[in-house]
Design a protein around this ligand. Sequence first.
Ligand SMILES: *[C@@H]1O[C@H](CO)[C@@H](O)[C@H](O)[C@H]1NC(C)=O
Ligand SMILES: [Cu+2]
Length: 170
Amino acid sequence: MATFASKMVVSMFAVVATLAVLAPTMASAKQYVVGDDKGWTKDFDYTTWTAGKQFFVGDSLVFNYPAGKHNVFKVNGTDFMQCSKPLVGAPLTTGSDEIELKTTGRKWYICGVSGHCATGQKLAITVSDGSAAPAPTPVSPTTGAASGSIVSAGFAAAMVVVGVLGMVLF
Ligand SMILES: *[C@@H]1O[C@H](CO)[C@@H](O)[C@H](O)[C@H]1NC(C)=O
Ligand SMILES: [Cu+2]
């Protein structure tokens, strides 16, 4: 026969397991201020700034700069390398331009003010699929990045079933 305490334990299993399923999808989107305190400026090494950062779909970039001094063009890899403005399309110019990363892949941005890109005012990032992110799931029996979340979701779902059964049976 079940005590109140054992029912509590079983219920908590269900709660924890449910959270384990939901946690990866609740992973909050990050907002990256490009260049941090320095913002979007000339003579800055944005390659160093991106080092160690992982960008996922849903995250966003914010380009901060004094409006009028700089701008933000989204360009392709060729234009990025050559620091050339795109033939079509207008730049962002507000001085606090937020760009949501909606798709995966390589993304390139440059300042279109003459000469600025050549000093380093250019940003290249790679955006990954958020669902492939290695999710920190403490109940996961494996540490595999891609399979881990699937395995842990299955494991958590099983724990929910166990939890519900437990509550019904005892
Ligand atoms: C990059 O964009 C420019 C226009 O800004 C275009 O002329 C060029 O063909 C593009 N290159 C690639 C590889 O798509
Ligand atoms: Cu500039």
